[in-house]
Design a protein around this ligand. Structure first.
Ligand code: AN7
Length: 359
């Protein structure tokens, strides 16, 4: 078994997943994403601290959604579904469209018009999904999708589908396998809250099977204009430049607060300004290009460092912090170009160029 070539999370973590011999495995070899040591951020936290970046943008469609989608689509096929549907701020639709394409089934997506990043829209379209842009936000789209999938023979593939959470929990397994144990802290963005629910489930399962010793403190971050869990009430008109997490009424609200409370963690918020500063810093100092929603992890880390949250370890043991980078920076190229000055237009003249670059 271990000699087999890598074929995605269902093959790798089969014994932790609700699959049988009868389940057709629809995979794009998702998972097995790098956990990168972040030197600059580690030094910022302080002595004896290690920060790692779980680069989920390196999944086949560029986000963590593929882990849940491989299982959701495989199970849908096992149950002989012919169509799947989701509401999405972008990444779920890109992933659903790709996996439905391999499976040869129909995919329908509802997106909030004008509020999803260009890369994600292009993915859903090119994979052949039926893409409908509604004049409304994600929360409205999700409630419509729930109604439609209850009334018609279409499988819902938002994270309300329990197979999504089951698949996504494999990211925790990978982190534990790599580090030899769970980290001390995990920081991640929170939108519809399926992912924090999934990670916490994964860490608990690994520990209960004695495959890891500790459980991490779970630290979730919402965008300030879309922070229902922090404010303890749904937000009717959520706003943030991090469109992936522009969500006012998370479906897995309780999963998020359970992860927070059971792990002794917190769910806090960061402003768009803080998100963009972290986005830029991550690219400039660590060489990692993540989308704005993912940079909420780093903005959260910086906010906690400032507060003195991470006290230096006294036990001669390193503190290990894992930040989840949920989606690739190339998903939203427009944001990158808006954040940095556009390139300077130059005459094609050698002398002027040499002068401009300071030689
Ligand atoms: C990059 O695609 O909800 O808290 O419809 O794309 O599990 O919702 C995306 C969410 C974080 C938040 N980072 O995860 C969708 C969608 C990125 C994301 C989140 C999303 P959840």
């Amino acid at each position: 078994m271990s000699e087999q070539k890598y074929k995605g999370i269902i093959q790798k973590y089969r014994r932790f997943l609700p699959v049988s011999e009868e389940t057709p495995v629809i995979t794009l070899n998702e998972g097995n994403t790098p956990l990168i040591y972040a030197g600059y951020l580690s030094r910022l936290v302080g002595k004896n601290c290690e920060v790692y970046l779980k680069c989920e943008g390196l999944n086949p469609t560029g986000s963590f959604k593929d882990r849940g989608m491989t299982l959701a689509i495989s199970k849908a096929c096992e149950e002989k579904a012919t169509a799947v549907m989701c509401a999405s701020t972008g990444n779920t639709s890109a992933s659903a469209a790709a996996y439905a394409a391999v499976a040869g089934i129909k995919c329908i997506v509802l997106i909030p018009s004008g509020a999803i990043a260009l890369g994600k829209l292009s993915q859903a379209l090119i994979h052949g999904a039926k893409v409908l842009a509604i004049k409304g936000n994600f929360d409205t789209a999700l409630s419509m999708v729930k109604e439609i999938t209850q009334a018609f023979p279409i499988t819902l593939v938002n994270s309300l589908n329990p197979y999504r959470i089951q698949g996504q929990k494999t990211a925790s397994f990978e982190i534990c396998d790599y580090l030899g144990d769970a980290p001390d802290f995990q920081i991640m963005p929170v939108g519809n809250a399926g992912n924090i629910t999934a990670y916490w489930k994964g860490y608990q399962e690994y520990q209960s099977q004695a495959l890891s010793k500790k459980l991490p403190v779970m630290l979730g971050f919402q965008a300030q204009g879309s922070a229902p869990i922090v404010r303890n009430k749904p937000i009717l008109n959520p706003e943030t430049i991090a469109t992936a997490i522009r969500i006012g009424n998370p479906a897995s609200w309780k999963g998020a607060t359970d992860a927070r409370d059971e792990s002794g963690g917190l769910i806090d918020m960061v402003s768009d300004t803080q998100i963009l500063a972290a986005y830029k810093m991550l690219a400039e100092k660590e060489g990692v290009f993540a989308e704005p929603a993912s940079a909420a992890s780093i903005a959260g880390l910086l906010k906690l460092i400032k507060k003195g949250y991470f006290t230096p370890s006294t036990k001669h043991r390193k503190i290990r912090i894992v930040c989840i980078l949920t989606g690739h920076g190339l998903k939203d190229p427009e944001r990158a170009i808006k954040t940095i000055k556009p390139p300077k237009l130059m005459r094609a003249d050698l002398k002027t160029i040499i002068k401009e670059i300071g030689y």
